[in-house]
Design a protein around this ligand. Structure first.
Ligand code: C2E
Ligand code: MG
Ligand code: MG
Ligand code: MG
Length: 292
């Protein structure tokens, strides 16, 4: 009863801290406060998307990854590392994912309207797979927003698949059948990367940036990245290298046949309008190599 009253007070937006008889630890209070602000942020639409290009071996953008940003009135620009875990633990991630997906659909339509043939990659959280009908909810949004066919893809981290049952298989199959390629994100950092490739219908992998970081000096990184590229080629999988941050890494990856590169070296995550300004400045409907 007392707990319910506390939560009611919280929902009413009163000063919770005053009604706790046992003060929470500082960390827990910080957490609750953040959760409360995030709830407001979802309602007040304080979230935006930034986009980061994945470029081909000529530096031409092919895919834009949508990355969530929170513009907090008090905290300023907040990055996902700080708030995604809170969205996940509170269950708000499901609503956030739907918002991201809808916004990505709209952006795909806008860019197609401007003559840019780009796909948008949306990140899914492991927690998204806990809801009853993830595929149904995304397909409903697709139906409403009607982005151009083939203009979306999905990035899924290995942790999403940890306790995967038949329902995850089915969810992935439905999403893929709806025309969205599936990429295994942060490849190589999970517990069973290779098993997942065997088990699930992935179209590509994103080599985690920890492997790219050591290129080309570290013999270990070189061997691992070459191995991954060879394996992917044999399996017919697309490969994106994450976190490419200098030309030497890029050169190594191109030389070893990595079809797609992403990282600060090519493009920082930024708002759609800033990307459009670059395209307009470079006056093209066909896309030009990325400036540094
Ligand atoms: P991710 O999907 O692996 O995204 C790549 C992260 O690496 C992004 O961080 C990006 O800004 C950063 N990055 C890109 N290039 C470089 C580079 O050259 N060097 C370095 N050091 N970093 C680089 P960001 O935007 O902070 O996102 C972090 C993570 O948060 C993402 O990792 C993803 O797991 C999650 N995330 C972001 N947006 C969403 C979203 O809309 N939904 C969900 N579920 N997760 C999201
Ligand atoms: Mg990603
Ligand atoms: Mg990643
Ligand atoms: Mg990552």
């Amino acid at each position: 009863q007392a707990d319910l009253a506390l939560y009611a007070a919280k929902d009413a937006g009163r000063n919770r801290l005053a009604v706790y008889s046992h003060p929470l630890g500082e960390a827990a209070e910080h957490r609750l406060q953040l959760e409360h602000e995030l709830r407001r942020a979802l309602d007040l639409r304080e979230f935006t998307l930034h986009y980061q290009a994945q470029v081909d071996d000529q530096g031409r953008p092919q895919v834009m990854e949508a990355l969530l940003r929170w513009h907090s009135p008090t905290r300023g620009l907040v990055l996902p590392g700080e708030f995604i875990p809170v969205l996940e633990e509170s269950g708000m991630i499901i609503e956030a994912t739907r918002w991201v997906f809808r916004e990505a659909c709209r952006q795909a339509r806008r860019w197609a309207g401007q003559g840019h043939a780009l796909r948008i990659a949306v990140n899914l959280s492991p927690l998204d797979f806990r809801q009853a009908d993830l595929a149904g909810s995304l397909l409903a949004i697709l139906e409403e927003e009607r982005p151009p066919t083939g203009s979306l893809e999905l990035e899924i981290t290995e942790t999403a698949l940890l306790d995967a049952g038949d329902d995850v298989q089915q969810t992935l199959a439905r999403l893929k059948a709806a025309g969205m390629p599936l990429l295994l994100d942060d490849f190589g950092t999970g517990h069973a990367s290779l098993a997942y490739l065997q088990q699930f219908p992935f179209d590509g992998i994103k080599i985690d940036r920890q492997f790219v970081a050591g290129l080309p000096e570290s013999e270990h990184s070189v061997a691992l990245v070459r191995g991954i590229l060879t394996m992917a080629r044999h399996l017919g999988l697309h490969v994106v290298a994450e976190g490419v941050s200098n030309e030497r890494q890029a050169a190594f990856l191109r030389l070893n046949g990595c079809p797609s590169l992403q990282g600060y070296h090519y493009c920082r995550p930024q708002p759609a309008e800033d990307l459009e300004r670059i395209w307009i400045r470079e006056s093209s409907s066909s896309l030009q190599p990325w400036g540094h």
